[in-house]
Write a protein that binds this ligand. Structure first.
Ligand SMILES: [Zn+2]
Ligand SMILES: [Zn+2]
Ligand SMILES: [Zn+2]
Length: 519
């Protein structure tokens, strides 16, 4: 190169120096801005990047957009805060960390809870440092003195308080309900974390005594506790309320015939088998008719001892074997080989989701709070309709309304280690009342929400903490108010509600809808 040309621009020579000057000025911090009296506030809470890897191009876009807005408002003389943060990202991080373990020939199930947490924390903090450096390299004019991490102790306390408040309000409850179970990741997932895809499977028309019914899932038949028909269906009137005797691969058995409006007369023969333990719709029918919940698939996605000779088999393997045995016994009337239906998959590993009934914590989104009178979903919709929250672009508002109309209770328990452990304590099974408290036996609270181990006033029983952690979106759904409350004493008053939340449309439901409900 000819040396009378100046060197090409090298950002390394220039940009770090400039960023240092900016930082030294202190003007990223609204407390240092030379403000006119009565100047208005402007605040953006940075969507906290997941601290499990480096930033990608999408992050660069959000930094550019939010930085432009922040700098513009700051120069307009507003008390401007752009609050940075980092997200522990629960299950997301666990998946990344698990892959790392796999490469090292290790497995998370061999590591103790504390060790796994410690290792994941180290991994996360290292990544957090990387993303912070990258944000600085991008020139982000955010106030680092206010940076927050979703696992900061003060944030955890706020998340605990919210949980307790919702619990006392009856808007958080524990119930054994069907959850979306991933057998690889060994955890339940929220409805949003399940990807539905159309698939073709054989639809078997099987003989159940005098009836014929259509099903894909032969392997769940060991968990059937009824067969159901529509009450309006003339064809089956005589069987309703009766027990029928059926021939099965495991010998003769009896099963009850129930009538429920939910049954679609046009599907198959209009008769369906009801497996409350492994199908969410069947579970609801089971509740309405008081049916037994008989689990036949275990947490590894294998049939359990209730499946007799098929115990230990994986689902698809068992299905094929059962089909074969039923054919041999003449129990299959016909097979529709190309039946198209939708099946849920884990959004991370693609494994088929198995509905299992497990006790979990749920946020009731359509129920009225006993104290507050609030209905989370309805009130969130009302705020948007009133114009207190505006969507740019407008078309996402419609999608939001549609989703909120169909929203179901939100499962916030995750069977993983990485995250905020749920502050619920369960009374041990044995109760030993204290001296002179014998008359109060049975009065003990069975569940106590507390950040430390609770003591009971009547007995000396131990309380055991829930081993599950919160869905990461339960804490990020509280991020705008939590990150401000956990900061300087006037921040919440000065900056909440914030001015703009800039984020990708792909987390409209994961994050935005939940922030509106919890905010
Ligand atoms: Zn999975
Ligand atoms: Zn007790
Ligand atoms: Zn007690």
């Amino acid at each position: 190169m000819r040396d009378d040309f100046s060197k090409p621009y090298d950002p390394k020579d220039v940009e770090d120096k400039i960023y240092k000057i900016w930082e030294k000025s202190g003007y990223f911090n609204p407390d240092n801005l030379p403000l006119q009296k009565g100047s208005r506030s402007f605040c953006i809470i940075m969507p906290p990047p997941n601290a499990n890897g480096s930033l990608h191009l999408g992050h660069a876009v959000f930094v550019a957009l939010e930085d432009i807005m922040t700098r513009y408002q700051r120069m307009q003389g507003k008390r401007t805060l752009w609050l940075p943060g980092a997200d522990h990202a629960g299950f997301e991080t666990q998946v990344v960390f698990e892959k790392k373990l796999e490469k090292e020939g290790r497995n998370r199930f061999e590591i103790t809870r504390n060790e796994l947490y410690k290792e994941t924390l180290e991994f996360t903090l290292k990544n957090k440092k990387t993303t912070e450096d990258q944000l600085k390299k991008l020139g982000a004019s955010c106030d680092w003195s206010r940076e927050k991490f979703t696992l900061d102790p003060d944030i955890i306390q706020i998340v605990y308080k919210t949980f307790k408040k919702l619990y006392d309000d009856g808007l958080v409850y524990r119930d054994a309900r069907p959850v979306n179970w991933c057998a690889k990741h060994q955890t339940s997932l929220s409805d949003l974390e399940v990807k539905y895809e159309e698939r073709k499977d054989p639809l078997y028309y099987i003989k159940y005594g005098p009836l014929i019914l259509a099903t894909v899932r032969l392997e769940t038949k060991f968990g059937d506790t009824a067969v159901a028909v529509n009450p309006k269906d003339e064809r089956y009137k005589e069987y309703i309320g009766k027990e029928i005797e059926i021939e099965t691969v495991a010998g003769r058995a009896k099963i009850k015939v129930i009538a429920d409006e939910y049954v679609d007369m046009k599907f198959g023969t209009g008769v369906v088998k009801i497996t409350p333990a492994h199908d969410p719709d069947d579970f609801e029918i089971g509740r309405r008719h008081n049916l037994e919940i008989k689990e036949v698939i275990d947490k590894y996605g294998k049939l359990n001892e209730k499946a007799g000779q098929y115990a230990g088999m994986k689902i698809m393997e068992a299905r094929a074997k059962i089909a074969e045995d039923m054919k041999a016994k003449g129990l299959i009337e016909k097979i529709d080989e190309n039946y198209a239906h939708t099946v849920g998959h884990c959004y991370k590993c693609g494994n088929t989701i198995e509905p299992r009934v497990m006790p979990q914590w749920f946020v009731a989104v359509n129920k009225k709070g006993v104290k507050s009178g609030k209905i989370l979903a309805k009130d969130a919709v009302a705020e948007v309709k009133k114009g207190k929250i505006k969507f740019v672009s407008k078309r996402f508002e419609k999608i939001f309304f549609h989703w909120m109309k169909n929203i179901r209770d939100w499962n916030i328990s995750r069977q993983i280690v990485w995250g905020i452990r749920i502050p619920a304590w369960f009374h041990e099974s044995q109760c030993t009342p204290r001296k002179n408290q014998e008359k109060n036996i049975g009065k003990c609270e069975q569940i106590i929400i507390s950040d430390t181990e609770p003591k009971c006033e009547f007995c000396d029983s131990k309380f055991i903490q829930d081993t599950d952690v919160f869905d990461t979106w339960f804490s990020s759904g509280q991020w705008p108010f939590a990150s401000l409350m956990a900061n300087k004493s006037n921040d919440f008053k000065n900056f909440y509600p914030t001015s703009i939340m800039e984020t990708g449309w792909d987390i409209l439901f994961f994050w935005i809808a939940r922030m509106i409900m919890l905010g």
